[in-house]
Design a protein around this ligand. Structure first.
Ligand code: 8YV
Length: 331
């Protein structure tokens, strides 16, 4: 007799224990080879599936949904879900979910680490040392910019932005300014010791500007040549949000011409490809989209994505939904 369990696809390799958990509830097909499928390949894999666990690189849009009429839920193992066409999913009656909260502090830790590595020129100086170029001490060797007591600017003040603000204000005595679509409640501002400013003031006054906003059509190239020109020549720019928020070509040029001091980038416009101009300049710290990458946090993300699938199919609702389809295809 055929199994009556819902069928789900795990679109990328994840923790075996989470696959095991999912197997108790579903007929599971896992992508053990960990290949990144293109749209046609994903659609082919989803023909007989009721749900899918995706990662942030997997586009879910109207043509894919039209090609997969059986699909009822897409559980993203990421807090960002710019890979989803949310209106198309809602129109198709497909539930989308993400993984908020479980990665907030880990990602804020990484944002701060990247800020410090960038300001204090850590990777640039390590490359110099490894290349055998360190022969002598000199007063200005890899002299960077100050972190403690400086002005920390944050663009996007959600949970991760607030985590970075707290680290800066309470740990490093920084003056914290932020810009966001909406202003935080007064108590939250006080807790983060953060002051709301407009975007121009943020650009002009930040010694370290950290980007933590979602990627949407409105935030595309929120930092381009014009914005970089408004920053201090001594400033650093840190992007742990999404590629596409920064115009990578404009940033590479600004770094090459030292119009800002340095940048720390965990995300890129065409990742995993990196703009060649960024690879050529020394004053940038580059990491491969690892801000949430600790074992406990990635496990918590995978488990939350799994919990969303389980709750949806066993109780009819998701734990952390990103949309509310009028009628899901759940029966
Ligand atoms: C993920 C992320 O590692 O959660 C996010 O939005 O960017 C990262 O934590 C990545 O998107 C893979 O799903």
């Amino acid at each position: 007799m055929p199994s009556s369990k819902p069928r789900i696809l795990i679109a990328r390799r994840i923790f075996p224990e989470v696959v095991q958990r999912l197997s108790q509830h579903f007929e599971v097909q896992a992508n053990d080879d960990d290949v990144q499928w293109n749209a046609q390949q994903l659609a082919a894999q989803l023909q007989d599936k009721d749900g899918v666990l995706t990662t942030g690189g997997q586009r879910i849009d109207a043509p894919l949904l039209a090609a997969c009429p059986r699909l009822k839920i897409v559980a993203n193992m990421a807090v960002g879900y710019n890979n989803f066409d949310v209106p198309a999913m809602t129109a198709a009656g497909v539930q989308g979910t993400n993984t908020p909260d479980v990665l907030t502090e880990t990602t804020a830790d990484f944002g701060f680490a990247l800020l410090m590595a960038t300001a204090r020129r850590m990777t640039e100086s390590e490359h110099y040392l490894r290349a055998g170029l360190w022969k002598n001490w000199s007063y200005d060797m890899f002299a960077g910019s100050e972190v403690h007591g400086s002005t920390l600017g944050i663009l996007g003040m959600g949970r991760i932005g607030q985590g970075i603000a707290r680290r800066g204000a309470h740990g490093f005595g920084m003056r914290v300014i932020y810009h966001n679509r909406s202003r935080l409640a007064a108590e939250l501002e006080a807790e983060c010791r953060a002051s709301y400013v407009d975007k121009d003031q943020l650009l002009a006054e930040a010694d370290h500007l950290v980007l933590v906003l979602p990627y949407t059509p409105e935030s595309h190239h929120a930092i381009g040549a014009a914005e970089l020109a408004r920053m201090k020549p001594t400033a650093t720019l840190i992007n742990i949000a999404r590629g596409g928020i920064v115009d990578d070509a404009a940033l590479a040029q600004a770094l090459a011409e030292r119009r800002i001091a340095a940048a720390g980038l965990d995300v890129f416009e065409s990742e995993p490809a990196v703009h060649p101009g960024l690879l050529q300049v020394p004053n940038v710290v580059l990491t491969p989209h690892i801000a949430s990458a600790t074992v406990p946090t990635r496990l918590a993300m995978a488990n939350l994505a799994a919990d969303n699938l389980i709750a949806f199919f066993t109780q009819g609702w998701a734990l952390t939904p990103v949309n509310t389809p009028a009628s899901t295809k759940f029966e």
